[in-house]
Every structure is written in structure tokens, then in C-alpha cells.
Design a protein around this ligand. Structure first.
Ligand SMILES: [Cu+2]
Length: 69
């Protein structure tokens, strides 16, 4: 398992944070996802054989939030 920490911008309320968390958790290959509001910190544990970091970033960006480098 790979552990990834990302920082998000654009989370305006805890509901947004849990939406992102749910979407990440449902993604194939993701074992565990945690989104902290208000810090915007996202921790994801995933299987790199099934999903790539770029896929996870894209999923979040498609929901309308910016992932900081
Ligand atoms: Cu919200």
C-alpha cells in the first residue's frame, strides 16, 4: 500500500470534505481515505497496482476542488 497526503483548496464546509472522502473511498484500489476539514488535508492509502496518484488527483479536481502541489 502507498500512502499519499494531499492538500485541497476550495473545501467550504464539512459536507464537501465528506463528499470527497466518500468518492475516494469508493474508488477501486483505495483502501482508506481521510479528508480533514478545515485543514484540507487528505490522506489516502491505496494500491498502486490498481490506481495511480494522478487518478486520485483527477477525481478530486473533477469534483471542483483544487489539489495543491
Ligand atoms: Cu460544502
Amino acid at each position: 500500500m502507498t500512502e499519499l497526503t494531499l492538500r485541497l483548496e476550495g473545501l467550504s464546509c464539512p459536507t464537501c470534505a465528506s463528499k470527497v472522502q466518500d468518492a475516494l473511498t469508493k474508488k477501486a484500489g483505495v483502501q482508506e481515505a481521510n479528508v480533514n476539514f478545515p485543514s484540507g488535508r487528505v490522506q489516502v492509502k491505496y494500491d498502486p497496482a490498481q490506481v495511480e496518484e494522478a487518478d486520485l488527483r483527477e477525481l478530486i479536481e473533477d469534483m471542483g476542488y483544487d489539489v495543491l502541489a
